[in-house]
Design a binder for this molecule. Structure first.
Ligand code: ATP
Ligand code: MG
Length: 138
């Protein structure tokens, strides 16, 4: 089991001023920030990041949305990080997300759902290296 996961605060949440509230909830839940940056994905980069979904009907919409404004990318550390972070963010569709989760509080829809969380240790490592070099992780 790895103790790291990767997250993004998505363009819907950064544009609505939710960045501080989301980061506070992440830190209060016991995650330590190991790397972080404010940046914006090109459509090509968003397409590569979510390439696993390229056959899904919502792929074009997802790529447009994820490149529509700034995001915050971060590597987080905690025991059982991947599973605990998925629990903290809640279900993909905020209508089904548990009370108190980040998506329940901050997400508007299944497409614009405020945060990303890695779904496995392997993907957490791949996604972290997509954004950060070893020199940027502390
Ligand atoms: P993420 O990978 O962003 O953490 P997730 O793992 O909960 O989300 P995935 O199934 O990996 O959900 O879908 C990736 C992203 O694609 C979702 O977070 C959402 O932004 C978008 N998405 C998923 N399903 C739909 C849908 N039915 N309609 C529109 N967008 C969707
Ligand atoms: Mg996913």
């Amino acid at each position: 089991m790895s103790n790291r996961t990767f997250t993004m605060i998505k363009p819907d949440a950064t544009s609505k001023g939710y960045t501080g509230g989301i980061l506070d909830q992440i830190v209060q839940a016991g995650f330590t920030i190991r790397a972080m940056k404010w940046t914006r994905l090109t459509a090509e980069q968003a397409g590569r990041f979510y390439a696993v979904h390229s056959e899904r009907p919502f792929y074009g919409e997802l790529v447009n949305f994820m490149s529509s404004g700034p995001i915050v990318a971060a590597i987080l550390e905690k025991d059982n990080a991947v599973a605990d972070f998925r629990q903290l963010i809640g279900a993909t569709n905020p209508a089904q997300a548990a009370e108190g989760t980040i998506r329940k509080k901050y997400a508007a829809s299944v497409g614009e759902n405020a945060v990303h969380g890695s779904d496995s240790d392997e993907n957490a490592a791949i996604e972290g290296s997509f954004f950060f070099s070893g020199l940027e992780i502390f």
